[in-house]
Design a protein around this ligand. Structure first.
Ligand code: UDP
Ligand code: MN
Length: 369
Protein backbone atom coordinates (compact mmCIF):
# COMPACT_ATOMS: atom_id res chain seq x y z
CA UNK A 1 0.00 0.00 0.00
CA UNK A 2 1.23 3.42 -0.94
CA UNK A 3 2.10 5.77 1.91
CA UNK A 4 -0.65 8.37 1.69
CA UNK A 5 1.39 11.18 3.24
CA UNK A 6 4.33 10.67 0.90
CA UNK A 7 2.26 10.79 -2.22
CA UNK A 8 3.27 13.74 -4.42
CA UNK A 9 -0.33 14.73 -5.16
CA UNK A 10 -0.96 15.03 -1.44
CA UNK A 11 1.89 17.41 -0.65
CA UNK A 12 -0.59 20.26 -0.74
CA UNK A 13 -2.93 18.46 1.71
CA UNK A 14 0.00 17.75 4.03
CA UNK A 15 1.03 21.43 3.99
CA UNK A 16 -2.52 22.46 4.82
CA UNK A 17 -2.73 19.98 7.70
CA UNK A 18 0.58 21.16 9.20
CA UNK A 19 -0.46 24.80 8.88
CA UNK A 20 -3.75 24.04 10.63
CA UNK A 21 -1.95 22.20 13.45
CA UNK A 22 0.53 25.05 13.91
CA UNK A 23 -2.30 27.60 13.94
CA UNK A 24 -4.19 25.50 16.49
CA UNK A 25 -1.18 25.24 18.81
CA UNK A 26 -0.51 28.97 18.44
CA UNK A 27 -4.14 29.81 19.26
CA UNK A 28 -4.14 27.62 22.34
CA UNK A 29 -0.83 28.95 23.62
CA UNK A 30 -1.51 32.66 23.08
CA UNK A 31 -5.25 32.93 23.42
CA UNK A 32 -5.19 31.30 26.82
CA UNK A 33 -1.69 32.23 27.91
CA UNK A 34 -2.44 34.22 31.03
CA UNK A 35 -5.53 32.35 32.12
CA UNK A 36 -3.65 29.08 31.52
CA UNK A 37 -0.66 30.37 33.46
CA UNK A 38 -2.80 31.31 36.39
CA UNK A 39 -4.70 28.08 36.71
CA UNK A 40 -1.46 26.17 36.27
CA UNK A 41 0.02 28.16 39.12
CA UNK A 42 -2.73 26.85 41.32
CA UNK A 43 -1.41 23.34 40.93
CA UNK A 44 2.33 23.84 41.10
CA UNK A 45 4.39 24.46 44.20
CA UNK A 46 5.02 28.17 43.69
CA UNK A 47 1.38 28.92 42.99
CA UNK A 48 0.16 26.93 45.96
CA UNK A 49 2.45 28.82 48.31
CA UNK A 50 0.87 32.08 47.24
CA UNK A 51 -2.67 30.79 47.47
CA UNK A 52 -3.84 32.20 44.17
CA UNK A 53 -7.53 32.88 44.10
CA UNK A 54 -8.23 33.64 40.52
CA UNK A 55 -11.72 35.01 40.29
CA UNK A 56 -12.40 34.94 36.59
CA UNK A 57 -15.55 37.00 36.79
CA UNK A 58 -13.64 39.83 38.44
CA UNK A 59 -10.86 39.77 35.92
CA UNK A 60 -10.91 41.89 32.81
CA UNK A 61 -8.57 41.01 30.03
CA UNK A 62 -6.69 44.09 28.81
CA UNK A 63 -3.79 42.53 26.95
CA UNK A 64 -1.56 39.48 27.19
CA UNK A 65 0.08 40.31 30.48
CA UNK A 66 -2.15 42.82 32.20
CA UNK A 67 -5.33 42.20 34.19
CA UNK A 68 -7.34 44.42 36.42
CA UNK A 69 -7.95 42.04 39.34
CA UNK A 70 -10.18 44.37 41.31
CA UNK A 71 -10.83 48.04 41.51
CA UNK A 72 -12.83 50.61 43.44
CA UNK A 73 -13.38 54.31 42.87
CA UNK A 74 -15.13 54.70 46.18
CA UNK A 75 -13.48 56.42 49.12
CA UNK A 76 -14.96 54.94 52.28
CA UNK A 77 -13.10 57.23 54.67
CA UNK A 78 -15.20 59.70 56.63
CA UNK A 79 -12.27 61.78 57.92
CA UNK A 80 -8.77 62.32 56.63
CA UNK A 81 -6.25 64.10 58.85
CA UNK A 82 -9.03 65.37 61.15
CA UNK A 83 -11.12 66.87 58.38
CA UNK A 84 -14.20 65.48 56.64
CA UNK A 85 -13.30 63.77 53.39
CA UNK A 86 -15.48 66.13 51.37
CA UNK A 87 -13.33 69.11 52.38
CA UNK A 88 -10.75 67.82 49.92
CA UNK A 89 -13.02 67.30 46.91
CA UNK A 90 -11.48 70.12 44.88
CA UNK A 91 -7.95 68.74 45.04
CA UNK A 92 -6.59 66.93 41.98
CA UNK A 93 -6.22 63.17 42.40
CA UNK A 94 -2.79 61.69 42.90
CA UNK A 95 -2.40 58.38 41.03
CA UNK A 96 0.11 56.60 43.21
CA UNK A 97 1.65 53.73 41.23
CA UNK A 98 3.20 50.93 43.26
CA UNK A 99 4.97 48.06 41.53
CA UNK A 100 5.12 45.08 43.84
CA UNK A 101 6.02 41.39 43.59
CA UNK A 102 5.46 38.21 45.56
CA UNK A 103 8.06 37.52 48.24
CA UNK A 104 7.65 37.01 51.96
CA UNK A 105 7.98 40.73 52.76
CA UNK A 106 5.24 41.76 50.31
CA UNK A 107 2.29 41.80 52.69
CA UNK A 108 3.98 43.78 55.49
CA UNK A 109 5.32 46.30 52.93
CA UNK A 110 1.86 46.85 51.47
CA UNK A 111 0.21 47.14 54.89
CA UNK A 112 2.69 49.83 55.91
CA UNK A 113 2.32 51.71 52.65
CA UNK A 114 -1.47 51.32 52.54
CA UNK A 115 -1.71 52.74 56.04
CA UNK A 116 0.39 55.72 55.00
CA UNK A 117 -1.91 56.34 52.04
CA UNK A 118 -4.97 56.16 54.31
CA UNK A 119 -3.86 59.61 55.54
CA UNK A 120 -3.75 61.07 52.05
CA UNK A 121 -6.85 62.72 50.55
CA UNK A 122 -7.80 62.40 46.86
CA UNK A 123 -5.57 59.43 46.16
CA UNK A 124 -5.99 56.50 43.78
CA UNK A 125 -3.60 53.66 44.55
CA UNK A 126 -2.56 51.55 41.58
CA UNK A 127 -1.02 48.37 42.96
CA UNK A 128 0.55 46.50 40.07
CA UNK A 129 1.71 43.03 41.03
CA UNK A 130 4.53 41.35 39.12
CA UNK A 131 2.64 38.07 39.04
CA UNK A 132 0.48 36.32 36.46
CA UNK A 133 -2.52 35.98 38.72
CA UNK A 134 -4.62 37.79 41.24
CA UNK A 135 -3.20 37.27 44.71
CA UNK A 136 -6.35 37.87 46.68
CA UNK A 137 -4.50 38.10 49.98
CA UNK A 138 -3.12 41.47 48.84
CA UNK A 139 -6.67 42.66 49.70
CA UNK A 140 -6.05 46.28 48.68
CA UNK A 141 -9.73 46.98 49.27
CA UNK A 142 -9.31 46.90 53.04
CA UNK A 143 -7.66 50.33 53.20
CA UNK A 144 -10.86 52.09 52.14
CA UNK A 145 -9.13 54.25 49.55
CA UNK A 146 -9.84 54.17 45.79
CA UNK A 147 -7.56 51.61 44.17
CA UNK A 148 -6.84 49.38 41.21
CA UNK A 149 -5.17 46.01 41.70
CA UNK A 150 -3.45 44.95 38.50
CA UNK A 151 -1.68 41.69 37.68
CA UNK A 152 1.21 42.53 35.33
CA UNK A 153 4.00 39.94 35.27
CA UNK A 154 7.45 40.76 33.96
CA UNK A 155 7.92 38.96 30.60
CA UNK A 156 10.07 35.84 31.08
CA UNK A 157 12.68 37.14 28.65
CA UNK A 158 13.55 39.99 31.05
CA UNK A 159 13.37 37.96 34.25
CA UNK A 160 16.37 35.89 33.22
CA UNK A 161 18.69 38.82 32.46
CA UNK A 162 20.76 40.42 35.19
CA UNK A 163 20.15 43.03 36.43
CA UNK A 164 16.52 42.58 35.46
CA UNK A 165 14.28 45.61 34.90
CA UNK A 166 12.46 45.47 38.23
CA UNK A 167 9.01 46.96 38.39
CA UNK A 168 8.93 48.00 34.74
CA UNK A 169 6.17 45.69 33.44
CA UNK A 170 4.00 46.84 36.35
CA UNK A 171 4.64 50.57 35.84
CA UNK A 172 3.97 50.18 32.11
CA UNK A 173 0.71 48.44 32.97
CA UNK A 174 -0.24 51.37 35.21
CA UNK A 175 0.57 53.82 32.41
CA UNK A 176 -1.69 51.77 30.12
CA UNK A 177 -4.45 51.83 32.71
CA UNK A 178 -4.23 55.63 32.93
CA UNK A 179 -4.41 55.87 29.16
CA UNK A 180 -7.24 53.38 28.76
CA UNK A 181 -9.26 55.12 31.45
CA UNK A 182 -8.59 58.47 29.81
CA UNK A 183 -7.13 60.02 32.97
CA UNK A 184 -5.98 63.44 31.84
CA UNK A 185 -6.23 65.37 35.06
CA UNK A 186 -4.38 64.66 38.27
CA UNK A 187 -0.84 63.74 39.20
CA UNK A 188 1.20 60.61 38.50
CA UNK A 189 3.73 59.44 41.07
CA UNK A 190 5.75 56.20 41.15
CA UNK A 191 6.01 54.99 44.76
CA UNK A 192 7.76 51.65 45.30
CA UNK A 193 6.37 49.34 47.94
CA UNK A 194 9.45 49.53 50.19
CA UNK A 195 10.03 53.31 50.24
CA UNK A 196 9.08 55.65 53.10
CA UNK A 197 6.81 58.58 52.31
CA UNK A 198 6.45 61.69 54.45
CA UNK A 199 2.83 62.87 54.32
CA UNK A 200 4.08 66.36 53.43
CA UNK A 201 5.27 64.95 50.08
CA UNK A 202 1.68 64.68 48.87
CA UNK A 203 0.95 68.37 49.55
CA UNK A 204 4.08 69.22 47.59
CA UNK A 205 3.47 67.18 44.45
CA UNK A 206 -0.25 67.85 44.21
CA UNK A 207 0.11 71.15 42.33
CA UNK A 208 2.65 69.83 39.80
CA UNK A 209 2.00 71.63 36.48
CA UNK A 210 4.32 69.56 34.27
CA UNK A 211 7.08 67.74 36.15
CA UNK A 212 8.21 68.42 39.70
CA UNK A 213 11.40 67.13 41.32
CA UNK A 214 12.72 66.81 44.87
CA UNK A 215 15.42 64.96 46.84
CA UNK A 216 15.26 61.25 47.69
CA UNK A 217 17.14 60.15 50.80
CA UNK A 218 19.26 56.99 51.09
CA UNK A 219 20.24 56.80 47.42
CA UNK A 220 23.68 55.69 46.27
CA UNK A 221 27.09 56.66 47.60
CA UNK A 222 26.02 60.23 48.44
CA UNK A 223 23.06 58.95 50.50
CA UNK A 224 20.84 61.31 48.53
CA UNK A 225 19.83 62.01 44.95
CA UNK A 226 18.65 65.54 44.27
CA UNK A 227 18.42 68.25 41.66
CA UNK A 228 20.90 71.07 42.29
CA UNK A 229 18.94 74.29 42.56
CA UNK A 230 20.27 77.83 42.07
CA UNK A 231 17.98 80.84 42.24
CA UNK A 232 14.98 78.53 42.09
CA UNK A 233 16.13 76.77 38.91
CA UNK A 234 17.59 73.31 38.38
CA UNK A 235 21.17 73.64 37.14
CA UNK A 236 22.30 70.02 37.48
CA UNK A 237 21.96 66.84 39.49
CA UNK A 238 23.61 65.54 42.62
CA UNK A 239 23.62 61.77 42.18
CA UNK A 240 26.55 59.38 42.62
CA UNK A 241 25.70 57.38 39.47
CA UNK A 242 25.55 59.74 36.47
CA UNK A 243 26.00 56.88 33.96
CA UNK A 244 25.47 59.23 30.99
CA UNK A 245 21.91 59.82 32.10
CA UNK A 246 20.34 63.13 31.10
CA UNK A 247 18.00 62.70 34.08
CA UNK A 248 20.00 61.01 36.88
CA UNK A 249 17.10 60.85 39.31
CA UNK A 250 15.37 58.15 41.31
CA UNK A 251 11.91 56.86 40.44
CA UNK A 252 10.58 58.40 43.67
CA UNK A 253 12.16 61.80 42.94
CA UNK A 254 9.62 63.23 40.51
CA UNK A 255 5.90 63.65 39.84
CA UNK A 256 4.14 64.29 36.53
CA UNK A 257 0.95 66.14 35.71
CA UNK A 258 -1.41 63.89 33.74
CA UNK A 259 -2.43 66.58 31.31
CA UNK A 260 1.24 67.08 30.46
CA UNK A 261 1.68 63.29 30.20
CA UNK A 262 -1.28 62.96 27.85
CA UNK A 263 0.34 65.46 25.49
CA UNK A 264 3.15 62.95 25.02
CA UNK A 265 1.55 59.84 23.51
CA UNK A 266 4.96 58.17 23.15
CA UNK A 267 5.55 58.26 26.90
CA UNK A 268 6.92 54.91 27.99
CA UNK A 269 9.26 53.16 30.34
CA UNK A 270 11.69 50.80 28.61
CA UNK A 271 12.88 47.46 29.98
CA UNK A 272 16.36 48.79 30.69
CA UNK A 273 17.61 48.36 34.25
CA UNK A 274 19.05 51.55 35.70
CA UNK A 275 17.77 53.76 32.89
CA UNK A 276 14.01 53.62 33.54
CA UNK A 277 13.71 57.14 34.98
CA UNK A 278 16.00 58.69 32.39
CA UNK A 279 14.21 57.10 29.45
CA UNK A 280 10.76 57.85 30.83
CA UNK A 281 11.59 61.55 31.32
CA UNK A 282 13.18 61.69 27.86
CA UNK A 283 10.00 60.15 26.41
CA UNK A 284 7.95 63.07 27.71
CA UNK A 285 10.39 65.60 26.21
CA UNK A 286 11.16 67.23 29.53
CA UNK A 287 13.30 70.37 29.47
CA UNK A 288 15.54 71.48 32.29
CA UNK A 289 13.97 74.92 32.68
CA UNK A 290 10.49 73.39 33.03
CA UNK A 291 11.27 71.46 36.21
CA UNK A 292 9.33 72.61 39.24
CA UNK A 293 11.38 72.23 42.39
CA UNK A 294 9.64 70.97 45.51
CA UNK A 295 10.51 70.26 49.16
CA UNK A 296 11.50 73.85 49.88
CA UNK A 297 13.75 74.24 46.85
CA UNK A 298 15.07 70.71 47.30
CA UNK A 299 16.38 71.32 50.79
CA UNK A 300 14.14 68.76 52.55
CA UNK A 301 13.82 65.02 52.23
CA UNK A 302 10.21 63.91 52.02
CA UNK A 303 10.80 60.46 50.55
CA UNK A 304 13.31 57.82 51.55
CA UNK A 305 14.65 54.94 49.53
CA UNK A 306 14.41 52.49 52.41
CA UNK A 307 15.02 48.84 51.59
CA UNK A 308 13.76 45.86 53.46
CA UNK A 309 16.21 43.09 54.22
CA UNK A 310 15.30 39.96 52.32
CA UNK A 311 15.71 36.49 53.69
CA UNK A 312 14.53 33.05 52.71
CA UNK A 313 11.44 31.45 54.13
CA UNK A 314 12.48 28.95 56.82
CA UNK A 315 11.38 25.33 56.95
CA UNK A 316 9.95 24.67 60.39
CA UNK A 317 9.91 21.06 61.56
CA UNK A 318 6.70 20.32 63.35
CA UNK A 319 4.64 17.16 63.29
CA UNK A 320 1.41 17.72 61.31
CA UNK A 321 -0.63 16.07 64.04
CA UNK A 322 0.03 19.12 66.25
CA UNK A 323 -1.33 21.42 63.57
CA UNK A 324 -4.85 20.02 63.64
CA UNK A 325 -7.30 22.85 64.12
CA UNK A 326 -8.86 21.52 67.30
CA UNK A 327 -5.46 21.28 69.05
CA UNK A 328 -4.46 24.97 69.05
CA UNK A 329 -4.05 28.16 67.04
CA UNK A 330 -0.79 26.94 65.50
CA UNK A 331 -2.38 25.08 62.59
CA UNK A 332 -4.28 28.15 61.36
CA UNK A 333 -1.22 30.33 61.92
CA UNK A 334 1.07 28.05 59.92
CA UNK A 335 -1.43 27.72 57.07
CA UNK A 336 -1.72 31.52 56.87
CA UNK A 337 2.07 31.97 56.78
CA UNK A 338 2.41 29.19 54.22
CA UNK A 339 -0.19 30.80 51.94
CA UNK A 340 1.79 34.06 51.97
CA UNK A 341 5.09 32.28 51.35
CA UNK A 342 6.47 33.49 54.69
CA UNK A 343 7.39 30.07 56.09
CA UNK A 344 7.04 26.37 55.37
CA UNK A 345 6.28 23.43 57.60
CA UNK A 346 7.63 19.91 57.38
CA UNK A 347 7.23 16.76 59.45
CA UNK A 348 10.80 15.66 58.92
CA UNK A 349 13.08 18.56 57.95
CA UNK A 350 14.03 22.04 59.07
CA UNK A 351 14.36 23.87 62.36
CA UNK A 352 12.83 21.81 65.15
CA UNK A 353 9.91 23.67 66.70
CA UNK A 354 9.35 23.78 70.44
CA UNK A 355 6.96 25.47 72.81
CA UNK A 356 8.26 27.20 75.89
CA UNK A 357 6.62 27.63 79.26
CA UNK A 358 8.08 29.31 82.34
CA UNK A 359 11.26 29.90 80.38
CA UNK A 360 11.73 26.25 79.54
CA UNK A 361 11.38 24.54 76.17
CA UNK A 362 9.06 21.59 76.23
CA UNK A 363 8.18 19.00 73.59
CA UNK A 364 4.77 19.16 71.96
CA UNK A 365 3.80 15.95 73.78
CA UNK A 366 3.88 17.94 77.00
CA UNK A 367 0.93 20.05 75.82
CA UNK A 368 -0.90 17.83 73.35
CA UNK A 369 -1.52 14.16 73.06
N1 UDP B 1 9.73 44.78 41.85
C1 UDP B 1 8.96 44.06 40.97
N2 UDP B 1 9.43 42.86 40.47
C2 UDP B 1 10.66 42.36 40.83
C3 UDP B 1 11.45 43.11 41.72
C4 UDP B 1 10.97 44.32 42.20
O1 UDP B 1 7.84 44.47 40.65
O2 UDP B 1 11.02 41.28 40.36
C5 UDP B 1 9.22 46.06 42.38
C6 UDP B 1 9.43 46.22 43.89
O3 UDP B 1 8.30 45.74 44.60
C7 UDP B 1 9.63 47.71 44.06
C8 UDP B 1 10.27 48.13 42.73
O4 UDP B 1 9.97 47.10 41.79
O5 UDP B 1 8.40 48.39 44.22
C9 UDP B 1 11.78 48.29 42.84
O6 UDP B 1 12.36 47.09 43.31
P1 UDP B 1 13.33 47.03 44.58
O7 UDP B 1 12.70 47.77 45.72
O8 UDP B 1 13.69 45.61 44.80
O9 UDP B 1 14.59 47.80 44.01
P2 UDP B 1 15.41 49.04 44.56
O10 UDP B 1 14.98 50.19 43.73
O11 UDP B 1 15.08 49.23 46.01
O12 UDP B 1 16.82 48.66 44.35
MN1 MN C 1 13.22 49.46 46.78
Amino acid sequence: MRNYFLGARNTWTLGLLISLAVLCIFWISTGNSVIGGVSKSNDDGAGASHNVMHMLNEVQRINDTMFVCSESFEDTRAYIQNRPKDDYNDLPIIYFVTPTYPRREQIPELIRLGQTLMHVPQIHWIVADDYDGCNNFLDVNRFGIPYTHIASPMPDAYRSISPSPRGVANRRAALNWLRQNNKKTGILYFGDDDNTFDLRLFNEIRDTKKVSMFPVGLIGLYAVSSPVVKNGKVIGFFDSWPAKRKWPVDMAGFAVNLEYLSQHPNATMPYRAGYEEDAFLRSISLRMNEIETKANNCTEILVWHTQTQKSKAPMVRIDSQYLESEKSNLGALFRELESMGVSHQSDSAGIKAQISKDGKSKPFTFFFR
